[in-house]
Design a protein around this ligand. Structure first.
Ligand code: FNR
Length: 366
């Protein structure tokens, strides 16, 4: 028998329900990683190499986990990251995530390849709900410019340019289920080849020629903060500071691109000490995503210096299995875990999290 929503006690529970109830093509698209899925697995297990050094006898009666990301105040240090094709999992698509995010004042990153139109997702947001745009850069820069400027006009608060996908990775699970149900407002307009899985079918417009020298052009067309999503080494973080972007997401695209890319948390542990040494840790905001399933994962990332963490698949699975109430419960579970674990490590607010609270000696770099 299928568990009822109240029987989901953590984010992994939604995954096992989703696997049972989702259409095979949808499950294959959401759950797949690149090649042997080693990076996808490592994304979560890398968190297992970090241990806490909690403080005791700190007053933790009241816990405040509000913080700021890119200058806006948010109630939680995690956000719903961009994941394409929401309608594969739920007939209403991404707006389900939007409404749940509103309930918990959590930021949503809107994917270029959303199933709902961009305006539908913006319209589903209420009041001052914070949304960001994830951008796949089109070979036709006029199209890209239109998308970016429209997003800014509609009130998007950040432009996340995906830089880890000059070509979409081989996700063989996805390729095996011949894909013919794109359910997307695909922006390419070109003929799509559905024999290679969903990912390949919708991505032919992405420009593999995108390079560092394009970044100033983005600066010239928008005032939104620009963040590079998918950075994987400290040298590129330094370069990002030098070209004047406002942030980076240390990410490997949920293990869907380069197999054997390191996890975001691992790269974070490499990046932050170098930034601190240069006195650059306030020059840009560093985010991570990939494999975040527990509040302890979030807390570890914040201790190491991340401003916030993105969560992808768990919210997709919660949405696919239970709709909006599922996503809301997933967020509530994380909130509850946050509150308890902040108490247990002896911190009553986000600004108290710092590197001395974690032991990273088991990470490969240290
Ligand atoms: C993604 N991701 C992604 N990233 C991006 O920049 N543009 C996109 O269109 C998508 N689409 C997408 C679809 C699906 C089904 C998944 C699972 C992921 C990557 C995403 O933003 C993020 O990096 C990872 O999902 C984070 O890992 P977890 O939380 O899924 O483990």
């Amino acid at each position: 028998r299928m568990p009822i929503l109240e029987q989901c006690y953590n984010l992994m529970d939604f995954e096992s329900v989703a696997k049972r109830v989702m259409k095979q093509t949808a499950w294959a698209y959401y759950s797949s990683g690149a090649d042997d899925e080693i990076t996808m697995r490592e994304n979560h297990t890398a968190f297992h190499k970090i241990w806490f050094r909690p403080r005791v006898l700190i007053d933790v009666e009241k816990i405040d986990f509000s913080t700021t990301m890119l200058g806006t105040k948010v109630d939680m240090p995690f956000y719903v990251t961009a994941t394409a094709l929401g309608k594969l999992g739920h007939p209403e698509g991404e707006v389900v995530l939007t409404r749940a995010a509103k309930k918990h004042n959590v930021v949503q990153m809107i994917p270029t390849l959303a199933s709902c139109s961009f305006d539908e997702i913006m319209d589903a947001a209420e009041g001052d709900q914070v949304q960001w745009l994830q951008l796949y850069v089109n070979k036709d820069r006029e199209i890209t410019k239109k998308i970016v400027q429209h997003a800014e006009k509609r009130g998007c608060k950040g432009l996340f340019i995906t830089v880890d996908a000059p070509q979409l990775g081989r996700r063989e699970k996805d390729m095996r289920t011949k894909f013919n149900d794109v359910g997307s407002n695909v922006q390419s307009g070109s003929q799509t080849d559905t024999s290679q899985g969903a990912a390949r079918a919708i991505s032919s417009f992405i420009d593999p020629g995108l390079s560092w020298k394009d970044i100033p052009w983005f600066r010239s067309i928008t005032k939104m903060p620009i963040i590079l999503k998918g950075v994987q080494r400290v040298e590129d973080v330094i370069r990002a500071v030098e070209v004047g972007v406002q942030g980076v997401v240390l990410s490997n695209h949920g293990g869907r691109q380069l197999d054997f890319a390191r996890s975001g948390i691992e790269v974070l542990a490499e990046v932050m000490p170098v930034l601190r040494e240069r006195g650059w840790d306030n020059r840009l905001e560093v985010f991570i995503d990939g494999g975040v399933r527990r509040a302890t994962d979030i807390i570890k990332a914040l201790c190491l210096g991340a401003k916030g963490v993105g969560i992808g698949r768990p919210f997709l699975y919660a949405m696919s299995a239970y709709g909006q109430p599922g996503v809301e419960r997933a967020m509530q579970l994380l909130k509850d875990e946050m509150e308890m674990n902040m108490r247990l490590i002896g911190c009553s607010s986000i600004d108290q999290l710092n590197p001395s609270l974690v032991d990273t000696r088991a990470l490969s770099m240290h």
